[in-house]
Design a protein around this ligand. Sequence first.
Ligand code: AMP
Ligand code: ZN
Length: 111
Amino acid sequence: MHHTDPHCIFCKIAAGDIPATLAYQDDQCVAFHDIHPKAPVHLLVIPRRHIASLLEVEAADAPLLGHLLAVAARLAREHGLTAGYKTQINTGHAGGQEVFHLHIHVLGQPQ
Ligand code: AMP
Ligand code: ZN
C-alpha cells in the first residue's frame, strides 16, 4: 500500500499542496471543512495515509480508525455540536463514495 497517492485530492490537502479550511491536524490525521457543506457545520476527518476506503481497512488499522473517530468527536464538541450530530462514511461506488481517500463526515447544527 502506498503512503500517499499523487493523484488524490485529499492527499494533496493533507500535504498542504492544495488549499482547504483546516480545522485540525496532527501526525496521523487532518480535518477540514467540506467545500460543499450539507449542514451548518460539515467537517471531514481523514488519515494522512492514503487509504482509499473502508474496503481496504485491515485489523492493524484499528488504532488509526479509533483516533479518527475520537478527533471527529472532539471537533464536533469544539464546533458547538453539543446536542448531537451525524457522522457518515461512504464506502465504495456502491456506497456513494466520490473521493477515494477515507474520510469521516461530521454534520450538524451548533447549539
Ligand atoms: P464522499 O466521497 O461521497 O463521502 O464525499 C466527498 C466529499 O468531499 C463531498 O462532500 C465533497 O463536497 C467534499 N470535497 C470534495 N473536494 C473537496 C475539497 N477540495 N475540499 C473540501 N471538500 C471537498
Ligand atoms: Zn489520498
